[in-house]
Ligand binder design. Sequence first.
Ligand SMILES: [Zn+2]
Length: 523
Amino acid sequence: MSAPFRFSAEPLDLAALQRDLRDDSCGGFAAFEGWVRNHNEGHAVTRLEYEAFAELADKEGTRIVQAAIEKFGVTRAACVHRIGSLGIGDIAVWVGVSAVHRDEAFRACRFIIDEVKHRVPIWKKEHYVNGDSGWVNCERCAAPPAHDHEHAHHHEGGDRPQSAVWGRSPSPVPDYSRQVALREVGPAGQARLRAASVLVVGAGGLGVPVLQYLAGAGVGRLGIVDGDRLEPSNLHRQTWYALADCGREKAALAAGRVRALNPEVRVEAHALRLDAGNAEHLVQGFDLVLDCSDNFSTKFLLNDVALRTGKPVLFASVYQYEGQLQLVAGDASSPCLRCVWPEATRDGLIGNCAEAGVLGPVPGVFGSLQALEALKHLLGLPGLAANEMLIFDLVTLSTQRLRARRAPDCVAHARAAGPAVAAAEPEGLEARFGSLADAAAAGFTLIDVRDSQERIAEPMPGSLHLPMSKLLMQAPELDLEGRYLLVCATGRRSGAAADLLRSQGFRACRSLRGGLKALKSIA
Ligand SMILES: [Zn+2]
């Protein structure tokens, strides 16, 4: 059987699709066809192009079809979405469901098309009779489902061009068209930004421009850590805030500004100072960390967390008219702050803004550079390498890119390597757990390798479904370092699957010993 959700660059073969879902136990079959029509919101449309962010779309689409199978108890279901260029009357999306009775077939079919429309990151470029064209699908479609209620969807009765949404809606919606127009961004890049998360440590002179630009760009989730309250002396460089806000916590103020600028961004404010006790926990769950702090203890703490967790941290430091940027990749071979500055481990060696003085635009320039490098990093564009430092003197306007070297005697690297090497040894192939909940609590993502029929007979909530037949065909799109627990009925297939995945580089995947049968014998 073919994948439950897939894209097709070719016109659909309806007979083959239907044949694939035929089952002798089924008395009902329901299908939905979405056609390309010749108009949209008063525009005459001549043809369409569909583009998908395949990495995310495949996963989300598969999740939707599987959820429909479980939710409605149907026998088989599939959804195929066209990509590429389509003419008027072409089938753009097809959903088919076969079930024992017609009612669940209808309902599952409706569920799948509605969810696909709202959740799968697919964009549509309409070409109009007058020669114009535009990407019209709503960027918010790819927002996670939990986020859906926070914004209105403008999809009932067909997708409308952004301009029409603007004219009709009582409040404007974020519009990323000026950056999506860049070839390096495009709809796929925008989806990448929306799927990304960035932790910003410090909401001051560097953090303000960083947060403004990341929120404006539509980075999906921002964390803000700052333990300070706003003071009048901050405002000459932290010009996002108001004089009347003085005395209030900066983390909360900045989060409020982010929400006002872009309500689509999920923002978390942490009104506390980063310390050894909370740093690792705060950094977890973010793709990238930006150090916008003004003190060495925070910078070196983040440096050490980067090495321990492997999470990249982009540092910016400003001193009077000069500043520098450095990306610490967090791996064993790239240099870190302590490789470059082995002595500068205490505050007070170089003054911060309070002691040394600074002109407002100086942190503004470096914060802007940091935001730019962060966006480039998230978009996969070339930028500051992990083995260099950018030094920018804003008096002479001279820039230097210096080679940063991995110091063989770096204490931070040595410390991170110590216990981490032992932990990085691959664990045994099989793992024992008392229940699937225990495995999830231990940080494993469950993968059901049984076939669809077994899965229907005995659902495994919260698991991904990657049947053995599919794993044998191609390597799955999973995180190489991810902790996956493969599960089947007896542990035999999952053991073979785990062995296979490890040979493909999925080092941390394991198999549930004894499978579901062993869990039942415990219960
Ligand atoms: Zn180092």
